[in-house]
Design a protein around this ligand. Structure first.
Ligand SMILES: [Zn+2]
Length: 242
């Protein structure tokens, strides 16, 4: 490292400087969002962290740093910026982590969240922690349940039998990306079975034309729109020439 050009800790004692200014911001509430501010509002939302591992890694900053830079840019342009942070902490990844470590998911999730929150604070992003969202908290998932019931009552949520990836050793369903090319479970190397199970589905195909039409009205890169069209997967038949 010594012959490479990089900023040394003598030139920029980051541990001292970061700690000093982060404390200064926290004490003054520099990044608290003010609903009553006369400034125009701007909402910047980034992907929430998954506490299915026990800590964040460098890859997380690849998506958080540009979003936070953008939020700061809007703030400098005179906007009252709302940039919340939260934890996407429910479901299969949390359960798998619990199986792996033998700790109850409620306990491990709470522990991982408090560690990650400290990590997130250290990057010095302008998150307003008063608005933190934790999707495994009953305060949050009561809304998921409310929304699910709306879908169900309108016939948009239904059950049917479908094939899933099943690991007989872990006794769980696996997502496609958890099954290796050799058809082995990524956790325990057991051959994965295709098993028919009763599953919940949403009738999103009822909306495919609206979703496709909507794509024409938004300013997204063409490549991203193409991925979305492919994912929507509307097909009007196939023409074959013999
Ligand atoms: Zn397994």
């Amino acid at each position: 490292m010594s012959d490479k050009k990089h900023i040394s800790e003598q030139q920029y004692p980051f541990a001292d400087i970061e700690a000093k200014w982060q404390t200064w911001w926290a004490e003054r509430g520099t990044y608290k969002f003010d609903w009553n501010s006369p400034k125009p509002k701007h909402y910047v939302l980034t992907m929430f962290s998954y506490p299915s591992g026990d800590k964040l890694h460098m890859g997380h900053w690849y998506c958080y740093a540009p979003t936070d830079s953008y939020a700061r840019f809007k703030r400098m342009q005179g906007y009252e910026v709302f940039e919340p942070m939260g934890f996407d902490s429910f479901g299969l990844p949390a359960e798998n982590y619990a199986i792996k470590t033998g700790v109850h998911p409620a306990e491990s999730t709470a522990k991982n969240i408090s560690f990650m929150r400290e990590q997130l604070k250290k990057i010095g992003a302008m998150y307003d922690w008063d608005y933190e969202v934790v999707t495994s908290s009953p305060d949050y998932y009561k809304w998921t349940q409310w929304w699910f019931l709306l879908m169900y009552k309108r016939g948009l949520a239904y059950q049917k039998d479908a094939l899933v990836n099943w690991c007989p050793n872990c006794q769980t369903v696996l997502a496609n990306e958890q099954v290796g090319a050799d058809n082995l479970c990524e956790r325990c190397d057991t051959p994965v079975e295709r098993r028919k199970m009763r599953q919940w589905f949403f009738r999103i195909s009822d909306y495919n034309q609206r979703l496709l039409d909507g794509l024409d009205t938004i300013d997204w890169p063409e490549k991203t729109k193409a991925m979305q069209r492919y994912w929507i997967g509307k097909s009007e038949g196939t023409e074959i020439s013999f």
